[in-house]
Design a protein around this ligand. Structure first.
Ligand code: NAD
Length: 345
């Protein structure tokens, strides 16, 4: 059996608790890991004077795979987002966020199953733009959205669709207003689509996309989004399947991948053994698939789905009422998932 070297970044806020719970269920699958524990965020500032020390990036470059908890970003002042810096430093250009309804969760509909592929490195969404070619505009527009950046994310979406038996890619944009930045993204998307005719292609303006997802989600399959729209649609998607506690993600680049939940560090719940670890656990399922441990991935996803469906050993966010006294804590969810894994053997 292959042992997998994986960088483990617990992060801060609720990160350490949900990562601990996720490591326990990942190990219970029988897959063997060599965890390379690394601190980033508040813990790293205390120890190394910076929230993202070089040796953390080096560890991910070496292992090529990381499981990461959320990291707090100070609002308005303080250090830049460690999450954004890490994605850029490692050129993790594609963020894959599945939106899947599990039976028993508070789903908008029980048949939801679509994938958000979010561009992860560009698109500062400045709201300021000038016509391409005018003297002081060229540099700004190039910074916001590039041909190469657009091309690689759309190619990634088509490759992802093909590998995962998905039928359609929808490019999401606001090219009617942002003609030179989103317009570039859309025209590159159409060019890539013309070379990938085995997969259907269409485009949607982002505001319409949001409404369509709520009303007619079954018409959509793989959504390919620039950075900011992908960020917003990710939370819309999380809301459609019962909340952030069930929304996983994978940051993928050419030389490695970092798996993390969509949600943040929820600092008000830190240290309380309260929040749902399933978004990180499901990110772990994605990691197992990336590591080609497909049987373990399927078993873990099924075990998590069973715990959700039974509805007993779940955290407050999956209960009908958020103050339900029968809600369990983070570590008890891990115990329940492990029990399901053992019961299935
Ligand atoms: P958040 O996602 O941390 O929390 C918002 C709310 O969602 C929480 O108060 C809680 O009610 C709920 N929630 C989140 N995760 C949950 C879980 N696992 N189980 C149950 N409920 C859950 O968003 P925020 O408060 O806007 O951000 C807090 C910090 O996290 C900020 O500093 C932000 O920058 C950072 N952040 C980090 C990442 C990341 O590390 N990738 C992502 C988003 C936000």
């Amino acid at each position: 059996m292959t042992r997998h070297a994986v960088t483990l970044i617990p992060g801060d806020g609720v990160g350490p608790e949900i990562c601990d719970a996720s490591v326990r269920v990942l190990e219970a699958t029988g897959v063997e890991f060599d965890w390379d524990l690394q601190q980033a965020g508040e813990a790293a500032i205390a120890e190394f004077g910076t929230p993202l020390p070089d040796h953390v990036l080096e560890s991910i470059r070496k292992n090529k795979v990381a499981l990461k908890g959320p990291i707090t970003t100070p609002v308005g002042s303080g250090f830049r987002s460690v999450n954004v810096a890490l994605r850029q430093a490692l050129d993790l250009y594609a963020l894959v966020r599945p939106v899947r309804a599990y039976k028993g969760a508070h789903n908008l509909r029980d048949d939801l199953d679509f994938i958000i592929v979010r561009e992860n490195t560009e698109d500062i969404y400045a709201g300021l733009e000038f016509e391409r070619g005018t003297p002081d505009a060229e540099h700004l527009i190039e910074e916001i959205s590039t041909v190469s950046g657009s091309e690689r994310i759309v190619k990634f979406a088509f490759d992802y669709a093909r590998r995962n038996n998905r039928r359609k890619v929808t490019a999401v944009h606001k090219a009617n207003i942002m003609k030179h930045t989103d317009g570039l993204f859309l025209s590159v998307a159409r060019q890539v689509a013309a070379k990938n005719t085995d997969i259907e292609f269409e485009d949607r303006i982002v505001d319409n996309m949001c409404m369509q997802l709520v009303l007619r989600p079954k018409e959509y399959d793989v959504l390919c989004c620039p950075n900011l729209y992908g960020d917003i649609i990710s939370d819309l998607g999380a809301g459609m399947i019962g909340g952030l506690g069930l929304a996983p993600g994978a940051n993928i680049g050419t030389n490695g991948a970092v798996f993390e939940a969509t949600h943040g560090s929820a600092p008000k719940y830190a240290g309380q053994n309260k929040v749902n670890p399933m978004a990180v656990m499901l990110s772990g399922v994605m990691m197992l698939r990336y590591l080609e441990e497909v049987a373990a991935a399927d078993a873990l996803e099924k075990a998590i789905a069973n715990v959700i469906a039974l509805g007993e050993n779940v955290t407050y966010d999956l209960k009908e009422k958020r103050d339900d006294p029968t809600a369990v804590g983070t570590s008890q969810v891990a115990d329940a998932v492990i029990a399901q894994l053992k019961a299935a053997v």
